[in-house]
Design a protein around this ligand. Structure first.
Ligand SMILES: [Zn+2]
Length: 285
């Protein structure tokens, strides 16, 4: 499941290949991938004749700022939004490349090139946000997102305030996108290990120094993964269809029974809010 570092890697890749080229058409192979407009032909008509000025990211949402291409002065042409959810992939390819089995949406660019949305589990979504609408008016999930982990808003004070009265386990809180945007199961486990916090710890029981370490650890694990081109822990593919798998650097994620890299105690696994949670019972108290 793509988390912030994977989505950020996709964003950077898209900015390298897709900008300022006219969207000439497209094809929607699975209509429910299009979350807005209701009609997938309206989605394609909205995009046609636009070009992408810049890709942005908010949490795990990708937001392409569109401009008109047929005028000297860039004209706002709305937004293209994408959420990869569990298995979505955006691939930059030639139009004559044979279709992957789970291809859902195709956007045709000049020179026979194509942005292709492939999604096995079909939870992924795409939006066209018409001009004169803010993305969050149409992509309502954006409204519920907490601060970006690298923003000033995600401060130790903020985190302390948010966690003070919460009675749920800290691991569960970290997965809540309204607390902090973009953190998912892998990076929550890794950040908790790095900060030495046991995942079941009740939020309101966290000490100030634990909260401070946690805020720093979240940024550290995300940054480290962004620097190596997305996750090091899964079969994530970048926009060129390449796997950035550097392997073996997770401290706890998916390492049940293996020795902790710090103390050699076997890593344990438990379920919290239905999610597999990995931790070192010695290093995390
Ligand atoms: Zn350990």
């Amino acid at each position: 499941v793509p988390e912030l570092p994977e989505v950020e890697t996709v964003r950077q890749g898209l900015n390298q290949v897709t900008l300022s080229q006219e969207v000439q058409g497209g094809e929607v192979l699975l209509t429910r991938t299009i979350a807005h407009p209701e009609s997938s032909s309206d989605f394609l008509v909205g995009l046609q004749g636009t070009a992408i000025a810049q890709w942005h990211r908010r949490g795990k949402y990708l937001l392409a700022e569109l401009k008109g291409v047929r005028r000297a002065v860039p004209l706002s042409a709305g937004w293209l939004g994408v959420h990869l959810r569990m298995t979505g992939q955006l691939l930059w390819t030639q139009q004559d490349t044979s279709l992957q089995k789970h291809t859902r949406v195709r956007l045709f660019f000049a020179d026979q090139r194509e942005l292709r949305f492939v999604d096995q589990r079909t939870f992924g979504q795409m939006w066209w946000v018409p001009p004169n609408h803010a993305p969050e008016e149409i992509m309502t999930g954006l409204k519920n997102l907490g601060p970006e982990p690298f923003s000033e808003a995600f401060s130790v004070d903020y985190l302390a305030k948010q966690l003070r009265d919460r009675r749920r386990p800290i691991k569960t809180a970290l997965l809540d996108q309204s607390l902090v945007a973009g953190v998912g199961n892998i990076y929550a486990d890794e950040a908790l290990f790095l900060s030495g916090v046991q995942p079941q710890t009740c939020c309101s029981d966290l000490k100030p120094e634990q909260i401070e370490r946690l805020a720093a650890s979240i940024r550290q694990v995300l940054q480290a993964s962004i620097e190596v081109g997305g996750t090091t822990f899964s079969n994530f593919l970048n926009v060129q269809g390449l796997n950035g798998n550097y392997g073996g650097v997770a401290n706890v994620y998916n390492r049940e029974g293996e020795p902790c890299r710090a103390c050699a105690t076997p890593i344990q696994r438990l379920k919290l809010a239905g999610r597999s949670t990995h931790f070192c019972p010695q290093c995390q108290q």
